[in-house]
Design a protein around this ligand. Structure first.
Ligand code: F0G
Length: 459
């Protein structure tokens, strides 16, 4: 008897505990958005039906993770939970020093404050907003060197997160003495959750060796990146995601990682590296601002949850479901004519608001117009990744960002297929109203990371 090969990819879990969502009317949402000054970051989350603001810290933990919480050792120094966490991170990454932090940006701040001086340059494929801000606050420069395909939403390419190797080489040749380290973000979040190939990481390593530079990964979504390599890069189909991840980390000298993504945890992160000297300095700063090096701003139970999460996230059934469910949403809305970054990212679908709303110029924030319409019409919360997030420069000038996107980030293991069907229906309905949408202006905003708190006014 031959076995039937079923094609439906199902959620590789069943649900043990649920959380109700609150239904609101369109009028109620319009009032809530006005009260939030037209900035969805300022909404009460309760007033959101399906929350795709971020995949960061919003995932569902497994029963094994909840169980692990009870194993947390809350000793101030030398906690058992730290040693378990350290072992899991070391086995996964191979890095000698593991420094826990309360989230990814704390790892960034500690690393950059330790090693950067004014005038330094840090290249990356694309810096995430907090990474960029933590570099700029040291009066250093954050430079994005993603391949040209990575800046064109509709161009298909298997590794749109790759670094432009020629551009990196030119930078190192010209300004190498100003570059203390090279970073690569996997997957490339601001560029559409797009993966970086092992061949590209290897080419970055070769350049770093030639110019004697340190190479760090921003590894928040390392497991999703490993899955894309397994699917798309010749020669890796037979390796496990964990083996591929090991190879990615093996090319670098260290990493920053927000455990709120592929750590499958609600809080946490770490900084890991091979340099004894940098690690000693980073630990001193950690003690000053985060906590003792065996907890780094986390509870012992957080360390347990992350350790277990890092083991679960590389399981093949999980990654197959994860990447397919994002692609499922992308396929549905693309088939209905909505312009998106293609191929689909790992953790999110990115709508190309600039091309959907050509009548709204970048400086009238088409991404905000679309985000706000999705909330008012359907109770779905996405986030602008565009001119509001990246258009303001340290010298106070404002220019359009390379792209104006609306990201629909999918929390891990939280929403079912019918939730996603609803989101697709909502996006398609709002896209049909595109002509009637209007832009916004900023009434008030801080100078750094303005998108979180800016107040907008409709034009
Ligand atoms: N690097 C990348 C690539 C990220 O996506 C994030 C967070 C961070 C660093 C910072 O980590 O939030 O733990 O301090 N991204 C979230 C997002 C916030 O919505 O994309 P954190």
């Amino acid at each position: 008897m031959s076995t039937v090969n079923f094609r439906t990819i199902i959620e590789p879990f069943r649900i043990k505990s649920i959380e109700s969502v609150k239904f609101t009317t369109r009028d109620e949402r319009a009032v809530a958005l006005a009260a939030a000054h037209y900035n969805v970051f300022r909404l009460h989350a309760e007033d959101v039906l399906i929350d795709l603001l971020t995949d960061s810290g919003t995932g569902a933990m497994s029963a094994a993770q909840w169980g692990a919480l009870m194993q947390g050792d809350e000793s101030y120094a030398g906690s058992r939970s730290f040693y378990r966490f350290e072992q899991v991170v070391r086995d996964l990454t191979g890095f000698a020093h593991v420094i826990p932090t309360h989230q990814g940006r704390a790892a960034e701040r500690i690393l950059f404050h330790t090693i950067l001086h004014p005038g330094h340059i840090v290249p990356n494929n694309n810096h995430f907003d907090t990474t960029r801000a933590n570099i700029e606050v040291e009066d250093a420069e954050a430079i994005d060197l993603v391949v040209p395909e990575g800046r064109q939403p509709s161009v298909l390419h298997p590794f749109k997160g790759n670094v432009d190797i020629a551009a990196l080489e030119a930078l190192l040749e010209r300004d190498g003495d100003r570059v203390p380290l090279v970073m690569v973000t996997v997957t490339n979040n601001p560029g559409g959750g797009q993966p970086v190939s092992l061949a590209n990481l290897r080419a970055v390593r070769t350049l770093c060796d030639r110019y004697r530079k340190t190479f760090f990964l921003d590894a928040c979504r390392f497991a999703e990146n490993a899955w894309f390599i397994k699917q798309r890069e010749d020669g890796y189909g037979r390796l496990t995601p964990r083996e591929i991840a090991r190879e990615m980390f093996g090319l670098a000298d260290g990493c920053t990682l927000s455990a709120k993504k592929d750590g499958l945890a609600n809080i946490g992160g770490f900084l890991a590296m091979n340099s004894d000297e940098w690690a000693a300095e980073c630990r001193n700063l950690l003690i000053l601002t985060e906590g003792f090096p065996t907890y780094g701003g986390l509870a012992g139970y957080d360390l347990e949850a992350i350790a277990r999460g890092l083991e679960e996230v590389v399981e093949e059934p999980y990654l197959r479901y994860r990447i397919r469910s994002t692609e499922y949403l992308a396929d549905k809305i693309f088939a209905a004519g909505v312009p998106i970054i293609r191929p689909a990212g790992g953790h999110a679908v990115y709508i190309d608001a600039r091309s959907l709303l050509p009548h709204i110029p970048p400086l009238a924030y088409p991404g905000i117009a679309l985000t706000n319409a999705l909330y008012v019409e359907a109770g779905v919360r996405g986030v602008e990744i565009g001119t509001v997030m990246f258009g303001l420069h340290p010298d106070g000038t404002e220019t359009e960002a390379p792209m104006d996107l609306v990201r629909l980030a999918i929390p891990r293991r939280v929403y079912t297929q019918s939730h996603i069907d609803y989101v697709a229906e909502a996006v398609i309905a709002v896209a049909q109203m595109a002509d009637g949408l209007r832009g916004y202006r900023i009434a008030e905003a801080p100078k750094v990371l303005r998108h979180f708190t800016a107040a907008f006014e409709a034009l």
